[in-house]
Structure formats: structure tokens, C-alpha cells
Design a protein around this ligand. Sequence first.
Ligand SMILES: [Zn+2]
Length: 253
Amino acid sequence: MQLPDFGGSGQAKLKASTALVSGVGGLGGTVALYLAVAGIGKLILVRGGDLRLDDMNRQILMTHDWVGQPRVLKAKETLSQINPDVEIEAIPEFITSDNVDGLVKRSDLALSCAHNFDERDLLNAACVLWDKPMIEAAMSGMEAYLSTIIPRQTPCLSCIFPEKPNWDRWGFGVLGAVSGTLACLTALEAVKLITGLGETLKGQLLTMDLGSAKFNKLRAYHDPNCQICGQGKSNHVTKASELLYPSLERLAS
Ligand SMILES: [Zn+2]
């Protein structure tokens, strides 16, 4: 609270906020840690799957004896031990077209840290639909990307990456210090967005080549014809998946 431009009001804003963290691995788990110690009011952690031994080089909320068990439950346990004042909801599921809208509506902002673009695209569409900011953090090997998306003010994820990188589900190695570096910047971005401290990466894409310590800021293109955030969107859309897969949803209904 001694930090200029943060103070008691910044702390109170954090306490009053709910952050949805999609993906609770080396990236999302570390984001959750720094939001918890900063005093966020509530965390909603969403991640299916069990802890694997090869997660342990980067997943700092986990312990060796938990291998084989649902990792999001351990994340809740560890975070609660570190800061018992944070309310934590742990959901051992992946982001799907059925759960994403409810999760986003209950949150003030979302942190996009999943390991695949299917979940990221759904989260992006839901954040645009329900008008919630989303911080997009991604990495591949030694490269990392970070941007803050404010629906209709800034390009959305679909504007920034109209074609998805060729990202294999478990396809690249990650050093814990690389995911941790990106995670700290991501958590900082969330704290800044919530409290008004400093300047966020709204509408900008921070690219990091951590192999050679090169950082760049690019201005992302806001596509007026974007399928997700572009003008002319139907007012009858009630689900993120209708924005993302309009023809599929029509077939289903
Ligand atoms: Zn867009």
C-alpha cells in the first residue's frame, strides 16, 4: 500500500475483484500465485487433467507426492495455505462451449493461459460477448507473447491471430523460468488493469524472445470484419460458441 498510485484504494480494488484463470500450469498456476499474494478477492481456477511428473519443472504450486491427481485441486490447496483470505474455486475441467459463458459472466477479468487455442478461442469469444477484459499470455519454446484485450476497444485474440500458430498439444519444451517470467508479467498486467496502476498493454502485443532477451512491442491490427469482435454481430447471440462456430450452432439448434 506504500506503492505510489496503488495505495489502499488499489488494494481494495484487488480485494473486490474476481479473476478467472484458464489453464493452471507453469503459466496459469504462477499467475494465480502472484494474484493470490497480491490480495485478489477471488480466483476461479479452471483446468482439467492430472499432474504429471514432467509438469514439475515449472508448476510451482505442485508437490511431488501429488503426481497422478487433479492438479487444480492441489493449486487451490497450496494457494489457500499461502493466503487463506483469497476465495478460491477450483474447477477440474477444461474450458468448453458449455461452461465458458457461465465462468466469464461470474468474473471481472479472464487470464488466458490454456495450452491450446480451442480453449483460448472460446474464452476470447465469451469475453467479447460478455464484455470482460482478457489478458492473453502464450509461449512456445523460448518465445512468449502478452496482450491485454478490452472488448471492442482493442483487437481481440481472433484479430491478433486470425490464423492459429501450429501449436501441438504437448508439442514444445518449456523452461520453468520462461513460463514464470511470462506469468509474472501477466499477473502484473492484471494488477495494473484492476487498479489503474501504470500503463497496460491494451491493444499492444508484447513479444519476448527470452533466448536472447529481446523484447518488442507491436500494435495489433483491429479487424473491423473480425468474426468475433467485428461490427454487425447479431444481437441474438447468447453463447460464445455461437460467435465462434456460427454454422455448427445453427445445425445443432
Ligand atoms: Zn476481433
